[in-house]
Design a protein around this ligand. Structure first.
Ligand code: ADP
Ligand code: ASP
Ligand code: MG
Length: 406
């Protein structure tokens, strides 16, 4: 049995016309004798609308009920696809996460899929049916509905490919593939033909929304090849695959960025061993993720300035935790919401010296100030003023010759 998993994102099912288009794509694979398993997101904007309702009605809307609401978006799009396919003469039905079931573990709103029960779907496809499975959701051990992190339908699709042993997993989205940088920021962005799991994971984690980071983790662990392509164009997309399959001379493969960071600086912190731990402990206890950190010792050596970044959505909570922290003394807290993190990513960095220098020099030439730096083996990130974002990405794109990407 040749099984293929097709995943459609929010924009791809964003209107009735688009759902008709999606149905035709599904049928084209049936005609090629594939057994098709479809995973769909909610129609674009729907999950956000549902989320805003929970925020309006209660200050602390419970997470378990939030998942019940958020998961309904996928129910609508899946039923519409199944209904249209039946209207076109094909056997199809929607399957909600709990109906398979898709079993998850972990906290509400950020659960992980641990198992997908296969028998119902396998029986159905053997009979010629086309199952349309809701992405982004599952059910936990307490029989409560759960959701994955935002953008989680990608992970649902990849795990369907794993559990149903699909030959292929195709992610249909609103761009023609994975680009060297977000094509909505600059027209210089170039489509990449093949990218490694490692680079895609790094790009996604650093802000490239096209794939959810957790989905790439799963694909890499389970060696599932992914094609990313457009619902609205016939052009071939991007294959996400293992390093061995990639032939590229480019040291840097892509540039990612974020627009939702906040920078906090504590000026004049009394310097003593353990001070950074005292600052970060309450943040950790409140599940606030600290991203970039830099510490400068003052001239006298008795005080230090500590700068770090967090997600903008955690800012209010973080500010409160710092102000209420009796274990630290500092002179001033400065908050900056107008920052962006720009990251260059590429496995070639490991073996090529001088990349950091080239990145900093290119930015300096355009008088772009670097506020914080962080690095790993295959990425360098810098924090800059948000107003310089486009300029920075374009200059780095040019510096690392990403126009020549394959
Ligand atoms: P879907 O609804 O299909 O899941 P998403 O909105 O989650 O789609 O992801 C697609 C979007 O990702 C694109 O519209 C694009 O703006 C954005 N994006 C960010 N970085 C990249 C990149 N490097 N390559 C392609 N798209 C990117
Ligand atoms: N509908 C969900 C979201 O908006 C899941 C997804 O789109 O993948 O996050
Ligand atoms: Mg998405």
């Amino acid at each position: 049995m040749k099984i293929i998993v097709l995943k459609f994102g929010g924009t791809s099912v964003g209107s009735l016309e688009k759902i008709i288009k999606v149905s035709k794509i599904i049928i084209s694979y049936i005609k090629k004798k594939y057994k098709v398993i479809v995973v769909s997101s909610a129609m674009s904007g729907v999950t956000n609308e549902l989320l805003s309702k929970t925020k309006k009605i209660a200050r602390n809307f419970p997470n378990d009920e939030k998942d019940v609401i958020l998961s309904t978006g996928e129910q609508i799009s899946c039923a519409l696809i199944a209904g249209k396919l039946r209207d076109l003469g094909y056997m199809s039905r929607s399957w909600l996460g709990w109906q398979l079931p898709i079993i998850t573990r972990g906290n509400h709103s950020s659960s992980r899929i641990i198992k997908i029960k296969k028998n119902k779907i396998l029986n159905y496809i053997k009979k010629g049916g086309i199952p349309i499975i809701t992405g982004f959701q599952g059910v936990n051990n307490d029989f409560r509905i759960t959701t994955l992190d935002r953008g989680g339908s990608d992970t649902s699709a990849i795990l369907c490919a794993k559990f149903f042993k699909a030959e292929k997993c195709i992610i249909y989205t609103d761009v023609k593939g994975v680009y060297t940088t977000d094509p909505r920021l600059t027209t210089n962005a170039k489509k990449i033909n093949k990218i490694s799991y490692e680079e895609m994971l790094e790009m996604a984690s650093l802000g490239a929304k096209v794939m959810q980071p957790a989905s790439i983790q799963e694909a890499r662990l389970n060696r599932i090849e992914i094609d990313v392509r457009s619902t609205f164009s016939k052009t071939t997309g991007t294959t996400i695959t293992k390093k061995k399959n990639i032939f590229s001379n480019n040291t840097i493969r892509g540039i990612s960025f974020t627009k939702n960071d906040a920078k906090l600086t504590l000026i004049g912190v009394k310097d003593k061993p353990g001070i950074a731990a005292s600052i970060f402990k309450p943040l950790y206890e409140n599940s606030i993720n600290v991203d970039m950190v830099v510490q400068n010792v003052s001239a006298g050596g008795k005080e230090t300035d500590l700068t770090f970044t967090i997600k903008l959505e955690d800012l209010k909570k973080t500010e409160k935790l710092i102000k209420n922290n009796i274990f630290i003394k500092y002179r001033k807290l400065i908050i900056n919401k107008n920052v962006s993190k720009v990251s260059i990513v590429g496995v070639g960095m490991i073996t090529t010296p001088g990349i950091t220098y080239r990145m900093f020099k290119a930015l300096a030439k355009k008088k772009i100030n670097i506020e914080v730096i962080s690095t790993s083996e295959i990425k360098i990130s810098v924090l800059i003023d948000k107003k310089n974002l486009k300029k920075s990405v374009e200059i780095l794109h040019q510096e690392f010759k990403l126009n020549n990407s394959l």
